[in-house]
Design a protein around this ligand. Structure first.
Ligand SMILES: [Zn+2]
Length: 113
C-alpha cells in the first residue's frame, strides 16, 4: 500500500533527525498532507501506529494537518485557497494557475527527547 512506503520514509527521516540531535526518542511528529497528494490521512495514521513499534517513534504522537490547495492566478495575481478540487481562479475564473501548496506531504516538526 502507498501509505506504508510513505510511513517507512517518514520513520527514516525521524531516525535521521533524532540521530543528528542525539535524541533517544521522538515524542511528536507533525506532518502536513496536501489534499491533492493522494495520501489518505486515516490510512497513514493506522500505518504509522503499526510501523512505529520498536522504532525511535514508538511513543510518538502523529499530528496530521490537512493542507488545502493554494494557488496563484497568473491572470489576476491573486493567491487563493481552493475549496473544491477544481483548478480555476475564484476571482477571475482563469485557469492559468500555479499551485503553491496542497500537492505534497511534508514533515513539519519533530519533538525529540
Ligand atoms: Zn485570477
Amino acid at each position: 500500500m502507498h501509505e506504508y512506503s510513505i510511513v517507512q520514509s517518514l520513520l527514516d527521516s525521524c531516525d535521521e533527525n533524532a540521530a543528528q540531535n542525539k535524541a533517544t526518542k521522538v515524542t511528536k511528529v507533525v506532518i502536513k498532507i496536501g489534499v491533492m497528494s493522494g495520501v489518505e490521512p486515516e490510512l497513514l495514521k493506522t500505518a504509522f501506529d503499526t510501523f512505529k513499534e520498536k522504532t525511535i517513534c514508538e511513543e510518538a504522537e502523529l499530528i496530521i494537518n490537512i493542507q488545502p490547495i493554494l494557488i496563484r492566478c497568473n491572470n489576476c495575481l491573486n493567491e487563493s485557497v481552493l475549496q473544491k478540487i477544481q483548478y480555476c481562479c475564484p476571482t477571475c475564473k482563469s485557469t492559468e494557475l500555479d499551485v503553491l501548496d496542497g500537492e505534497d506531504m511534508y514533515l513539519m516538526q519533530l519533538e525529540l527527547e
